[in-house]
Design a protein around this ligand. Sequence first.
Ligand code: FES
Ligand SMILES: [Fe+2]
Length: 408
Amino acid sequence: MNIATNVSLPAQGSDALGIEKLPTDFYVCENHYRSELENVFSKCWLMVGRETDLAKSGDFFTYKIDALSVSIIVVRGKDGIIRAFRNACTHRGTKIVTEERGRLRGGMICPYHGWAFGLDGDLLNVPDEETFGCLDKDNEGLHTVSLDKWGGFIFINLDPHPQWSLKEYLAPLGEDLIKYVGDEQWTWSFGWKSRVKSNWKSPVDAQVEGYHITYGHRRTISRNVTAETTRPYINPGSIGVPGGHHLFRPEKLGEQTPIGLLAARYGATSLYAEPEKEFAANNFDQLAFSQHPRWILDGYLLFPNTVLFVQKGQLFIQRTLPLSPHECLWEVDFYHSEKPQKFGEKFNHEQGRIQIRDVLSEDLKIVEGIQENYRSGAIKEMNLSRQEVIIRAYYHSIRQFVEEGSSR
Ligand code: FES
Ligand SMILES: [Fe+2]
């Protein structure tokens, strides 16, 4: 297939949210950080995994927000329903599950005194029950946490009565995208976690603008993905999706690494994919530019802490969790629609994994340096281009949550 080079791309960014400098204190201020924990992380829908992570009854994973001392069990019940509970025994508060993931056989038994809970959270058995004066077992089940699903993703909300339904929250993403990402074929391939010495928002900032690619990634992907090929947009009325971007191949591909070129023959996980590897994605109508001959991926900022990249055959998810104003946990997960079978496909996946590891290392090194300069007071305001409009939208969303929270 010949790539069309005369197809116009949409305009980059906008000035709709203003052009003024933004203060950097919201990356370092202790009070602001505490307000974010209280008004953002305790109120917003947080993506915690995918339904396919819990394939069978009893499959569970735990989700921790250390900054809030929160631990949650997400588990699939005997009835197939996925539920979330506080990982806290209602006897005296012991953590019932200590592993990160696994399969529970029939229920959960507290390791301290042996209270037994069903996969639906009900309290089933209390050793020496008669020694408790007036125990109402029916009201002593595990405490539930709000949970909902979108496109095969599981979200939780620490607010027992979330202000918005998940559907309202993610409305700009549209129904067709749900169909595409909701396909049960997507299964987890690999991922990792890093502790990063930066504010939790900074790694997100690095994933929602393409301005830095040309220079910041000059040793890795910039030959084939440039600032010019990233088209950011904002969703001004949205609560849960402040903005996103579309990534395109440049009109002229730059020099390519031999290994990247070789891997691109066997799949689309690599950004080095050649034009003749162009694909028409099934059920991809809602991804606005999927039919564009130079389209590579769509990226979405899911407020507050998730970046979702959707490609043909690959979902690339990055999440951040605060540990302090100056440190965060950065989680990366890849899901693929088809398990690589042949050697070439496995090689393609491996090359994609190594490439993204190197690219993210470049990002994380930079954001750690930024944190030091914000913390020392060397830089009190930041300048943002139109290419970086999503960072401005992100800032506005956070400020809105924090201000509304403090006026309550
Ligand atoms: S704290 Fe769980 S059984 Fe005692
Ligand atoms: Fe980057």
